[in-house]
Design a protein around this ligand. Structure first.
Ligand code: MN
Ligand code: MN
Length: 464
């Protein structure tokens, strides 16, 4: 039957979001599910920024990428990675296009995630149990981290300067760790408190032992037995915690969610759901541009320090690449374009009140572009120009990418920031693009396989 005139006009004029699962071909749907398997494996191998950096380098190496150091010669076709202190990595491919005229194509994502960091003098015994004192990292709802199995990951620098890696709670048969919560029977007062008072920062102590050391003479027998295990397995004594970076992360792995397996639950989708597609797009994609996938650290605490994106090292790297290609860095920057690739909040019908549905990212409707982030009148936002949004929009349209726009919550409901504003400071046009997440910053977050794959396709289109 022929469409009515009004219907034809409506099809022509009205903007409608599309569910990517619904509009994808059979082959493309299959590709989504296959791509998700690689992503889940990456998630399980990469629960900390150090592990994500290592896993990314592994993937790059397998594809023939080699390590780059400042001062190295570069020429078109080179496939390289630059490691910053083992915690961030930039994987890049040198293109044939003139960098002064066409710039670099940059995808900036982060590989740190909210977690529970262990303090520098953490170990104590109380009432027959040994615990580690902690200071949480990033924006968490503290109560979500109690009463779940935790794994301990990290790096310890021993007194002699040697370094040992700790990873307990991931392998089958490993013990796990735990943060206590109160039984409901005695939780009357706790349940009456506001959620940020359910559990105090100083109550986030990680339970690590309960076996008294068999010796009548010594005091703090449980603590001593924990230390004896740490000494046996890692050569540690208590003082070595002073120069340790240990953290507790959820011990569960990535799993499909739902009867139809459309979704993936995992720790740390924020922001590995963008880092992995950025990495694989640069590794697998074709481009005449010089393309960079930046996997940086410390975004969750403000992009500070030597591994956060505010560090000059990333600018230095881009300048070094420009110099190696005989290009003027100022011209390169001015011509470069960046996708600040970070997650956004997926509209959640269970919490509809904090969203403005028309402008929220809907699950499975594709990777989501945030023209602006920030809070209270866009404060702290990059706010990309209509011109740049229009340019990226055309790239996606030409490549058939299913995508959407997003805003993180309704006006004045809250907000958040990304690395976009720091890249933009370099005189590089930048816009935020990333996967919508359900329960962002929870120990286990949920995303859609369609959005993951859309993100990957968007990066491929952007690099071209
Ligand atoms: Mn993020
Ligand atoms: Mn985050």
């Amino acid at each position: 039957m022929e469409k009515s005139k009004g219907q034809q006009l409506s099809d022509e004029l009205v903007y409608r979001k599309k569910n990517y699962f619904e509009v994808a071909s059979k082959d493309e749907r299959d590709a989504m599910f296959i791509y998700a398997e690689g992503y889940k494996a990456f998630l399980d191998a990469a629960k900390t920024e150090r592990e994500a950096c290592e896993a990314a380098v592994e993937i790059a190496k397998e594809a023939g990428f080699t390590e780059y150091r400042f001062g190295d010669r570069l020429r078109a076709g080179d496939k390289r990675y630059f490691i910053n202190r083992g915690k961030s990595v930039v994987v890049f491919r040198v293109g044939t296009k003139n960098p002064e005229k066409d710039g670099f194509r940059i995808i900036a994502s982060h590989i740190d995630a909210p977690r529970i960091d262990i303090k520098q003098n953490p170990l104590y015994e109380d009432s027959g149990m040994a615990y580690l004192k902690t200071h949480y990292y990033g924006g968490i709802k503290k109560y979500q981290w109690t009463a779940i199995p935790l794994a301990l990951h990290g790096t310890v620098v021993l007194a002699d300067g040697s370094k040992v890696t700790v990873k307990v709670g991931e392998a089958a048969g490993d013990p796990v760790f735990y943060i206590d919560d109160l039984l409901p029977h005695l939780g009357g007062e706790q349940m009456g408190a506001t959620a940020n008072k359910f559990i105090d920062g100083e109550q986030l102590n990680v339970l690590v032992g309960g076996l008294p050391y068999a010796d009548e003479e010594v005091s703090e027998k449980v603590k001593l037995s924990v230390l004896s295990v740490l000494n046996r397995d890692y050569g540690m004594c208590e003082e070595d915690f002073l120069s340790a970076e240990l953290c507790a992360v959820p011990a569960f792995g990535a799993r499909d969610v739902g009867f139809d397996r459309a979704l993936i639950g995992a720790y740390g989708h924020d922001d590995r759901v963008c880092a992995y597609p950025a990495l694989t797009a640069v590794v697998n994609g074709e481009s005449e541009h010089t393309v960079l996938a930046m996997l940086v650290d410390k975004e969750e605490i403000g992009s500070e320090g030597t591994t956060g994106i505010q560090c000059k090292v990333y600018e230095d790297l881009m300048e070094e690449i420009s110099i190696a290609l005989g290009a003027n860095f100022r011209k390169v920057r001015a011509a470069s374009k960046c996708l600040s690739s970070d997650v956004t909040a997926a509209y959640d019908p269970n919490f509809a009140g904090v969203y403005e549905k028309k402008n929220s990212a809907m699950i499975s409707c594709g990777t989501a572009m945030c023209k602006f982030t920030g809070a209270r009148g866009k404060s702290g936002s990059n706010d990309a120009s209509a011109e740049f949004v229009g340019e990226v929009r055309k790239m996606f349209a030409d490549a058939g990418v299913v995508w959407q726009t997003a805003e993180l919550g309704k006006v004045d409901a809250g907000g958040g920031g990304t690395v976009a504003k720091f890249v933009a400071q370099l005189n590089i046009d930048t816009v935020d693009l990333g996967v919508p997440v359900i329960s962002m910053h929870a120990p286990w977050e949920v995303i859609s396989k369609a959005d993951l794959y859309s993100n990957y396709k968007a990066f491929l289109a952007f690099m071209k």
